[in-house]
Design a protein around this ligand. Sequence first.
Ligand SMILES: C[S@@+](CC[C@H](N)C(=O)[O-])C[C@H]1O[C@@H](n2cnc3c(N)ncnc32)[C@H](O)[C@@H]1O
Length: 406
Amino acid sequence: METLERVEAPEFDFRGFRASVGRHSIHEYPAMLHYLLVQNLINKYSNKGDLIYDPFCGSGVSVVEALRLNRKAVGTDINPLALLIADVRTSNLDTDSIKSHLTSLQKNWFNLTPDIPTVKNINYWFKEQAIRDLGKLRTFIKEIKDRKILNFFLTTFSQTVRECSNNRKGEFKRYRIPEEKLKEYNPDVFQTFFHLAYYYLEILSKDILPSQEVSLLLHDVRKTIPINNVKLIITSPPYGDSKTTVAYGQFSSFSFDWLKGLNPYGDSNLKLDSLCLGGKKIDEIFQLPSEHLYRALDEIKKVDKKRAKEVYSFFYDYFYSIKQITNTLSSKAYVCFIVGNRTVKGIQISMDFITAEFFEHFGLKVENIFVRKISNKRMPSKNSPSNRAGKTSNTMLNEYIVILRK
Ligand SMILES: C[S@@+](CC[C@H](N)C(=O)[O-])C[C@H]1O[C@@H](n2cnc3c(N)ncnc32)[C@H](O)[C@@H]1O
């Protein structure tokens, strides 16, 4: 193995360019890729008509951009809410039909009987009026037969649930509005829903995607992936387990409850976090093929054995994901993994090098490791590595784009 090297790539910084514009601003999602970075990578490493795959597709930035650039796209994710959002973002919808459904909702609003699903501690997380009105929306949406229109309404409903809950705005984790402020807080479900629906409609009617050759699958990528002939992978995997990095299950949990039984991609709950990479702790079973991982693990073990076990568990899952992902590639295919090098107990984990070493184990060659400055990702740029409030360190200011070839 040759020595791994990083190259600064300021052309990938895209300072001053917002990441969530147009289709990418339909429903929020944590840790989204920058669409301009994705466009650049697609142009550089693939041709028109190629199949592009994002194994951890989330809300679908790479699948949307693949379609925009006339490629075929496949996305997988373990989170059914992510796939629902990606479905709407990748669809050219019949906006007239959506408008007539909205008119019918407006006309029938006062006659709808609320359908309120089981939501744990519902009165703690939602105001009484909001519960009633969200229930009315659910009643209306349940009757929509056309799957694409249904997905549009469900996505808008899900974002409405987020905006009308008692959770602090802009928080991905569960964190309630302070008691004092809650007294004054009276979210308007009806208005929020209509405002979002017309905003999304405007985006979709202005931005028609030239290709619709896409499939989205609910899948755990640690298991055999039913996809082959992939020419390019562009993805951003989780950077660590949900508990200490981004909690995708917690982020999605209110939507899971309110959309129960309606999302064509399936249901889930707070337990999703334990199903994501690193969600289950495992004892060190065998040595994973990465010198850089062991350098970090040995250091972490000296200060905290439990944290070392958590880090190992995450990379154990990550290794098996990479094994499965490698099997989807056609010959000479390119792989672009966009990762972050976080710090645990003050020790930096070089996920870019670990990614490179894992792929090399499966016969791929590293072509480049580009470094870009993050200006877009809505995730903590400062975290608390020792989980102590107030103790922060700068860890996530760079993003690393690992380019490999089969
Ligand atoms: C960094 S996010 C991807 C965000 C995406 N690039 C976007 O633009 O929205 C990582 C994703 O990995 C998914 N994930 C975690 N564990 C997974 C697993 N075992 N199989 C498939 N997806 C998983 C999470 O649900 C999350 O959506």
